[in-house]
Write a protein that binds this ligand. Structure first.
Ligand code: F6R
Ligand code: MG
Ligand code: MG
Length: 397
């Protein structure tokens, strides 16, 4: 019997952690598992998996209710409320940080947590990858995903797989104008890169097959969509990917994280460039200068809406465990390079490009400094623009 389209939803939030911004307490993860097991029993969701990257709890959920479903979002909201309660009772750091409202209004969008959702007809075999990142922003995926979907020297499948060769539609968000545009590869590849290279303004939201296979990947961009024109901080992103048979293969998705040491904006105080550090969730504590930005990659097969992994974990919920792609030796060299690159960036101290450009800094003292200097700034003798405002005056509100 043909089933409805399945929806894969990931909702994530930082609601407090043990020792600064490091990791949620295990009991916060356990309570989330208990709540989702109950929701599964009640038929709200088909299956779930609870994990974390750094200080962010990530809830994977599968169901047949479509995207933005109230009950599914409520399930995540309940987890984060319960985890926040635990975090507060333990006086954990930043308890409840990503819970921006007291009352749930039917959807986590705008309420603090991040979400990525994808709906499609489950194929005969449906391999899924979940990329989870901490201490960075959604546009940090633009480089790796451009390699995967736009670069035939990276993804040979774009040349030799007849369906991948038909290209992909890429939905790009303009963060400043809160607008989106869909552009198509391969025809518009260079124009796309001309936008995506500016990671402070443009981010990939979604990629769709042009061979009729449906969605290939989707990212959480919730805070980006809220901010329109005003920078309010980083939004540790998650990316759900469908793989194989006309879409990039599992290995084509993971390859760019070994071949390239990617610089990602975020890291300490959301105000630095550090190198993406590919690792297991177990290794994702931000141990060096609150980072560097961590990226994990977990894989499940979808099996009639269930997350098929390896042997049951035996913990609350008893769910299968995913394949952990960045764990182990293969990516050890990439990790070593990431630390080297991050140390190099740190060697530049509080100077760009170690720190972000002023308008992207999550923390800055510059407006106050400039304000305190207003009466002391004076024209440079002999400079031409007598009527011109000081270049930095816009920083003084
Ligand atoms: C970055 C992050 C941390 C904090 C830093 C300062 O996303 O969460 O690097 O920004 O530890 O935190 P506060 O201001 O809370 O002391
Ligand atoms: Mg945090
Ligand atoms: Mg985080």
């Amino acid at each position: 019997m043909a089933r409805d389209k399945v929806t894969v939803t990931v909702i994530k939030a930082d609601v407090g952690s043990v020792v600064g911004h490091s990791r949620p307490h295990p009991s916060m993860m356990d309570v989330s598992r208990e709540i989702l097991a109950e929701k599964q029993k009640r038929g709200v969701i088909n299956d779930f998996y609870v994990t974390r990257v750094g200080d962010d709890i990530n809830l994977f959920m599968t169901h047949y209710r479509g995207e933005g479903d109230k009950e599914v979002h409520q399930a995540a909201w309940d987890c984060f409320q319960a985890a926040t309660k635990i975090a507060k009772s333990m006086k954990l750091y930043a308890a409840g940080q990503d819970i921006l409202t007291d009352a749930f209004s039917g959807n986590v969008k705008g309420a603090g947590p991040g979400s990525a959702e994808m709906t499609f007809e489950e194929r005969g075999s449906e391999p899924l990858l979940f990329f989870l990142a901490d201490k960075t922003e959604p546009s940090s995926f633009s480089g790796p995903l451009s390699r995967v979907f736009l670069d035939p020297f990276t993804t040979t499948g774009l040349v030799v797989d007849a369906r991948a060769k038909q290209g992909f539609d890429v939905e790009i968000h303009d963060v400043l104008k809160s607008e989106r545009v869909v552009m198509s590869s391969p025809e518009e590849t260079l124009s796309m890169l001309s936008l995506l290279g500016d990671t402070s303004r443009y981010a990939i939201k979604r990629v769709t097959s042009r061979a009729g296979i449906g969605p290939a990947c989707v990212l959480s961009t919730d805070k980006l969509n809220l901010t329109a024109g005003k920078y309010i901080g980083k939004d540790d992103p998650v990316c759900i990917c469908r793989c194989q048979s006309g879409l990039p293969s599992v290995g084509e998705y993971t390859q760019p994280f070994l071949n390239t040491t990617w610089l990602a904006a975020g890291w300490m105080r959301g105000s630095h460039y550090g190198a993406f550090y590919p690792c297991s969730p177990e290794e994702s504590d931000p141990t060096y200068y609150d980072g560097p930005p961590r990226i994990c990659c977990l894989g499940f097969q979808l099996n009639d809406g269930m997350l098929q992994g390896l042997e049951p974990a035996g913990s609350a919920g008893g769910k299968h465990e995913p394949v952990d792609f960045f764990k182990g030796d293969t990516f050890a060299e990439a990790r070593a390079r990431a630390i080297r690159a991050s140390r190099f960036m740190r060697s530049q101290g509080p100077f760009v490009p170690s720190i972000l450009p002023a308008e992207e800094m999550e923390y800055t003292s510059r407006p106050e400094v400039l304000k305190s200097l207003v009466s002391r700034f004076e024209k440079i003798p002999g400079s031409g623009s007598a009527k011109g405002a000081p270049a930095c005056e816009k920083d003084v509100e």
